[in-house]
Design a protein around this ligand. Structure first.
Ligand code: NAD
Length: 491
């Protein structure tokens, strides 16, 4: 049985494999991943701290050269990386390629670090006094990532953290950890010095040791809401800078003037893509006014054409879910539906093979208070909620405890503008169902979808991974020097 190693100090480090890693398309255990001991955690942190001494002093051009080389390696190894992702996550190869492309964007953004890290300068703020500011790295950044984007989310974090002069310890998801080791190897091949990017495998116990470790300065977390809240509370209590992105329940509002074919296509793409295992997946379609019957019929027709199958089969529209337990949980929303829900399409009958497949499920009449509405299902289950007015749709979204993404489908520009101003959600799409910002903006939800004030990647990523210094300078002549115990004034 293959054991997935750690990657510490630019070397793969083998350890006894403990946790099973599955191929979700076959249901078989394909490898085992270690849980590090306390000693292993201490070693990784001390290697990283040591590497930080020189990396924090590296020139911006040195960092940029490495990031450009890394970008090239990601492109030339994209197929190999996609294969690794599909084998452990189960998503289609096309989706794995898309994930790599969106991660790559963040490396490209980080290649512009000399522009992003420009400081400020003010001349003559007082007689003979100038002020300048610049930003410095934090130190050791721990990146804790979820299973659903095994390369994109690590790159959201690592690209900007490394570019700003930090060192990184990545604790990837134990469900699909192999690709992180390849990322480490490719960074080394690109010229990154040993110890600057490390991968420490493990589980919740590993995370908890890192959150409390004296040698860790900052934590970037992406995962489910209960764990995000826990990570934020524990790591801030231990003096770390923390951003912790959580789960989601994303609504797609369809106004009566929308093109229903466009809306139905979008609901299919955003509801069932990656088997619904995306934090920006649409899980609730909010049908406003009298559009519901026609919209549900159009979505159902399209559901009937979807093919669920192995991710490496080009005929598959989406692959299996991540584990057998998760499959059972997802199926419970259709096998034991909430009272009042109509099961329009039951995907349990379309589950194929010994893998963790779930066919596409469509539920109508889903309302707050029901499990199918309140829970983040994280599977190929799309719910439809019927509301009378635009105002009801906005109230529904604003009353929801999550605030990651939302979308509106309409031809009315003013309604779309009002919507984007009125919803309490971090990322909004207008006729765009999955509004993941490009890398020159930042990604982040509101409410229970993010703990901490800083969104991830883009300009807020640069700010998160660096801290400001402001220098006030005067070069007085001896004749101007005097004793004055008053507080320094600018006038
Ligand atoms: P998860 O919260 O179970 O795991 C995330 C990470 O936390 C993993 O590395 C895991 O080892 C660790 N972990 C798990 N339980 C822990 C605990 N009790 N204490 C400390 N660490 C723990 O999430 P997942 O199932 O891997 O990923 C799916 C979730 O991630 C969904 O809720 C999804 O919405 C969310 N997600 C959010 C975003 C976003 O940007 N907001 C992006 C992707 C995924």
């Amino acid at each position: 049985m293959r054991t997935i190693p750690h990657y510490i100090n630019a070397e793969t480090v083998s350890a006894p494999g403990e946790l099973p890693v599955y191929n979700p398309a076959t249901g078989e255990v394909s490898a085992r991943v270690p849980i590090p001991s306390t000693h292993d955690v201490d070693t990784a942190v001390s290697v990283a701290r040591h590497a930080w001494r020189t990396w924090s002093a590296s020139s911006l051009s040195q960092r940029t050269n490495i990031l450009f080389a890394f970008r090239h390696l990601l492109l030339t190894h994209a197929e190999e990386l996609a294969d690794i992702i599909t084998a452990e996550h189960g998503k289609t190869l096309a989706d794995a390629r898309g994930e790599i492309a969106r991660g790559l964007e963040n490396v490209e953004y980080a290649c512009g670090i000399s522009e992003h890290l420009k400081g400020g300068f003010s001349s003559q703020v007082a007689e003979g006094v100038d002020v300048h500011s610049f930003r410095e790295p934090l130190g050791v950044v721990v990146a804790i990532t979820p299973f659903n984007f095994p390369i994109m989310v690590p790159l959201w974090m690592a690209a900007n953290a490394l570019a700003t002069g930090n060192v990184v310890i990545l604790k990837p998801s134990e469900r699909d950890p192999s690709v992180s080791v390849r990322v480490g190897e490719l960074l080394s091949e690109a010229g990154l010095p040993a110890g600057v990017f490390n991968v420490l495998q493990g589980n919740a116990a590993t995370v908890n040791q890192l959150l409390e470790h004296d040698g860790v300065d900052a934590v970037s977390f992406v995962g489910s809401t209960p764990v995000a809240r826990h990570v934020y509370q524990v790591a801030t209590a231990h003096g770390k800078r923390v951003q912790a992105l959580g789960g989601a329940k994303n609504h797609m509002v369809v106004l009566p003037d929308a093109d229903l074919d466009i809306a139905a296509d979008a609901a299919i793409n955003a509801g069932y893509g990656a088997a619904g295992e995306r934090c920006m997946a649409i899980s609730v379609v909010v049908a406003v006014g009298d559009v519901a019957d026609e919209l549900v019929a159009k979505i159902a027709q399209r559901v009937d054409r979807l093919r669920v199958g192995p991710g490496n089969d080009p005929a598959s529209d989406f692959g299996p879910v991540i584990t057998a337990e998760h499959r059972q949980r997802v199926l419970s929303y259709v096998n034991a539906p909430d009272p009042g829900v109509t099961v329009v399409r039951d995907g349990s009958a379309r589950a194929e093979g010994p893998g963790f497949f779930v066919g596409p499920c469509l539920l109508d009449g889903v309302t707050p208070g029901m499990r199918a509405y309140d829970d983040e299902i994280f599977g190929p289950v799309l719910g439809v909620t019927r509301v009378a007015t635009y105002a009801d749709a906005v109230a529904l979204i604003n009353d929801n405890p999550y605030g990651n993404g939302t979308a509106i489908f309409t031809r009315d520009g003013n309604a779309a503008r009002l919507f984007s101003r009125q919803v309490h959600v971090g990322m909004i799409g207008v006729n765009v169902p999955i509004p993941v910002p490009v890398s020159s903006y930042s990604f982040g939800g509101w409410k229970n979808s993010l703990f901490g004030h800083s969104h991830i990647y883009g300009p807020e990523g640069i700010t998160f991974y660096s801290r400001a210094k402001v220098v006030t300078t005067r070069w007085p002549l001896a004749s101007e020097s005097q004793i004055d115990l008053g507080f320094p004034r600018t006038r």
